[in-house]
Design a binder for this molecule. Structure first.
Ligand code: ATR
Length: 284
């Protein structure tokens, strides 16, 4: 059999992965472009990460997405890291270039593309980012690269300080790490123009939670971007809308991190409308 007639595979390695929206989004895109490609869910237990990554090469997958809890664990098994993945310190996309495995992080680009698509140019803006996990790292990196001023706060302040430390050489570096306290955060929101929730607070099933210290009020001049996408309309976004602030939900970043991975794997422009519809159908 001619091996070029065989399908090409990509997939998502994580633990668990069953909840993922990525297969729907990518498989719709492959169908739309007439590509004989397939996106698979690949549940990989933590002890099997090395074998699984080597399997990308052995099985001739074009690449893989990587999700929780493997975004850092895959790094030692890769041949190369892009500068973005290196600085963010996490890989969400692996590209197989003729057996050479390259680690990339498309969360950073995905975040920026989604922001710009929503009509927000972060250059010169002052952003308060809440969070210090993997998502926050990608967002802080992206904002600093784009020339924004970044302030950071997180429930565990030491994690925010550690994040800031690793981003010192990116853009102007994180300008301030704020204590996760009402007064400090309220004062910051008066001066900032953009608020990004990069924590998991507000995510199903804890939909009543808000990722800010008790008593903090949102303000009408803000753009509030919540990266949580289940539910799409979080309590934070509802409160923001109530005071007349501009809101951006988390679907855009999910779409654009996927589109960026699609382009790296296939070398073709991602059919954004097709991917967005497939994604929205899974979230309806
Ligand atoms: P991810 O890689 O998806 O960003 P993570 O590394 O587990 O996930 O980070 C989760 C983020 O949500 C962290 O910033 C976490 O704060 P801590 O560093 O203090 O743990 C934040 N977070 C999770 N639950 C929270 C809660 N109930 N209140 C405030 N922050 C919370």
């Amino acid at each position: 059999m001619n091996e070029h007639a065989l399908p090409t595979y990509v997939g998502l390695m994580g633990w668990p992965v069953a909840h993922s929206r990525s297969p729907a989004m990518h498989n719709a895109a492959f169908r739309a472009l007439g590509l004989n490609w397939h996106y698979l869910l690949l549940p990989v237990a933590p002890d099997d990460v090395g074998d699984a990554v080597r399997g990308i090469r052995a099985l001739r997958f074009a690449g893989c997405n990587i999700t929780v809890p493997h975004k850092q664990a895959v790094v030692p098994f890769l041949d190369e890291m892009t500068p973005t993945a290196h600085t963010v310190g996490a890989v969400n996309t692996i590209i197989n270039r003729d057996g050479r495995l390259i680690g990339e992080n498309t969360d950073a680009t995905g975040f920026l593309r989604a922001l710009r698509e929503a009509g927000v140019d972060p250059t010169g803006q002052c952003a308060l980012v809440v969070g210090a996990g993997g998502a926050a790292r990608a967002v802080v990196y992206a904002l600093l690269q784009a020339g924004a001023t970044v302030w950071l706060t997180n429930r565990t302040q030491a994690r925010a300080e550690a994040l800031a430390e690793t981003m010192q050489a990116v853009g102007r570096g994180v300008s301030r790490v704020l204590p996760f306290e009402r007064e400090a955060v309220q004062t910051a929101l008066e001066a900032a123009t953009l608020l990004v929730n990069a924590t998991s607070v507000g995510m199903h099933p804890h939909t009543n939670a808000v990722p800010l210290p008790d008593g903090v009020r949102l303000l009408p001049h803000l753009t509030v971007n919540d990266l949580v996408y289940v539910p799409r309309q979080t309590r934070l976004l509802r409160l923001a809308a109530e005071v007349g602030a501009r809101t951006i939900d988390g679907v855009g970043m999910l779409l654009h991190q996927g589109a960026a991975a699609f382009e790296l794997w296939t070398g073709q422009a991602a059919p954004l409308d097709v991917m967005r519809s497939a994604l929205e159908a899974t979230l309806a």
